[in-house]
Design a protein around this ligand. Structure first.
Ligand code: NAP
Ligand code: HSE
Length: 436
């Protein structure tokens, strides 16, 4: 029997779009054997026709007219790899409403407008798949939706931003402070000239919103995510974390606790023995706890042309298999799986340990007044270390037991007002240490 021909359009033909084109065209017969369809790239929307796209791109393939992709009735699958939100939303909705299946790599779009997009997909019977939007080439969305569907997922905790992981890895290797490590990340081409999306945790917040929605089958959007970046992490903190048996990572954490979802991105000290502690450089990893399967970790390249294209083409093939099988309902079980409406836990009600580094007056009674402030806020102290003697001051590092965030923050606010406390220099959450 002759294989069905499925035509693929692209919205965007930059790093990811071009990568997906390479994978679709390098051995088309192999993909046909794998999905039962001939996948034919036909058109790609770009802004600038004069850019060099490579000799393998046929004449007339590129267009600046969105309608050439969105209104071509022959196009079955659209790869959205343009980035940004406004135009990507408009075009993706246009494609879905026209019954075209959409494969997106765009975490900004999915994290902010997932609900609207999935509703459009559902009403036209199309699929919207988005494996590449989190963790680049790492399979995580489909494992959560398919392979792990028999579990109750308790926790998803990940390193989902390569740029910040590179910076923290450099700092951990003793290569100076945040500024020097960021400058090196920029020299290496990992961090952008304006690094704020990565460094301030926005990129990771979008990804964890998507992960939480999938893991807990309840819609979590970017605005639900508590977020802190890594710009305040110092070389001293990295050194002290090491002395405490830990390492500092920018973690994206999503948990379901008592029926509510907590979702946050911030630097955290994790034990050097934790599987995420060994994830270095620009690599990403996502650690999952399921009630049946136990602990799992998904590790790999979170960005880059071919790793990201690998996830995109995986989604394209998944859609193709559905179309070939004649299951035209659009309900592959991979699109929207937000069946529940779970509340989002307020950050103040989250429980975690804290590391607090302070510069304090070096005289009798100071430690007692600090301990009294923590005690009054029900913050139990796990350890106190006087780290360094400064000119007239001392540096104290306090690590708390797991405490309510709101209580810890109130204690820290009061410490800042204490005459004997010259500076609360760093506040970093501590995750994954065994507590008595
Ligand atoms: P990119 O290299 O900047 O490519 C974007 C493409 O979209 C370009 O071809 C650009 O056209 C086109 N484009 C952008 N806005 C357009 C508009 N308004 N009208 C028409 N064409 C437009 O971006 P990318 O790195 O491939 O990233 C694409 C998406 O994948 C983003 O959502 C990103 O977050 C996501 N992603 C990227 C990576 C990665 O490693 N790069 C990893 C995971 C996810 P011109 O070429 O003419 O400028
Ligand atoms: N800027 C991201 C990172 C890659 O540094 O991991 C794209 O999601």
């Amino acid at each position: 029997m002759e294989a069905k021909v499925l035509r693929v359009g692209f919205l965007g033909f930059g790093t990811v779009g071009r990568g997906a084109y390479k994978l679709l065209t390098r051995s088309p017969e192999t993909l046909t054997r794998r999905c039962g369809a001939v996948l034919v790239p036909v058109r790609a929307l770009v802004r600038d026709l004069s850019k060099d796209r490579g000799a393998d791109v046929p004449p007339g393939f590129l267009t600046t007219d969105p309608a050439a992709v969105l209104e071509d009735p022959e196009i079955d699958i659209v790869i959205e790899a343009m980035g940004g939100v406004t135009a990507a939303l408009k075009y993706s909705l246009g494609a879905l409403r026209a019954g075209k299946n959409v494969v997106s790599a765009n975490k900004d779009l999915i994290a902010e407008h997932g609900q609207e997009l999935f509703a459009a997909a559902e009403s036209s019977g199309a699929d919207l798949l988005f494996e590449a939007s989190v963790g680049g080439g790492i399979p995580i969305i489909r494992p959560l939706k398919q392979c792990l569907v028999g579990n109750h997922i308790d926790e998803v905790m990940g390193i989902v931003n390569g740029t910040t992981n590179y910076i923290l890895t450099k700092m951990n290797a003793g290569n100076g402070g945040f500024g020097a490590a960021l400058a090196e990340a920029q020299r290496m081409g990992y961090a952008e000239a304006d690094p704020s999306s990565d460094v301030d945790g926005l990129d990771a917040a979008r990804k964890v919103a998507i992960l939480a929605s999938v893991a807990f089958t309840s819609r979590v959007t970017f605005d639900h995510v508590y977020r802190e970046g890594i710009a305040k992490v110092t070389a001293e903190d990295v050194k002290y974390a090491r002395e405490l048996g830990g390492t500092i990572k920018l973690l994206a954490i999503a948990r379901e606790v008592d029926g509510a979802v907590e979702v946050r991105v911030h630097p955290a000290i994790i034990p050097q023995t934790h599987p995420l502690a060994g994830v270095g450089g620009v690599f990403n990893a996502i650690f999952v706890k399921g009630d049946a399967v136990g602990d799992l970790m998904f590790y790999g390249r979170g960005a880059g042309e071919l790793p990201t294209a690998s996830a995109v083409v995986g989604d394209v093939v998944e859609v193709a298999r559905r179309l070939v099988s004649g299951n035209g309902s659009g309900n592959s079980g991979l699109s929207c799986t937000c069946y529940d409406e779970k509340p989002i836990r307020r950050m103040n009600d989250v429980h975690t340990q804290f590391y607090v580094r302070m510069v304090v007056a070096d005289r009798p009674g100071v430690l007692a007044s600090i301990a009294s402030i923590f005690g009054a806020q029900r913050v139990s102290i796990a350890s106190v270390i006087q780290k360094r003697k400064l000119e007239n001051d001392a540096e104290l590092v306090v690590v708390t037991h797991p405490v309510r965030e709101g209580d810890a923050q109130e204690a820290i606010r009061q410490l800042r007002l204490l005459e004997a406390v010259t500076e609360v220099a760093s506040v970093i959450r501590v995750e994954g240490f065994a507590t008595a």
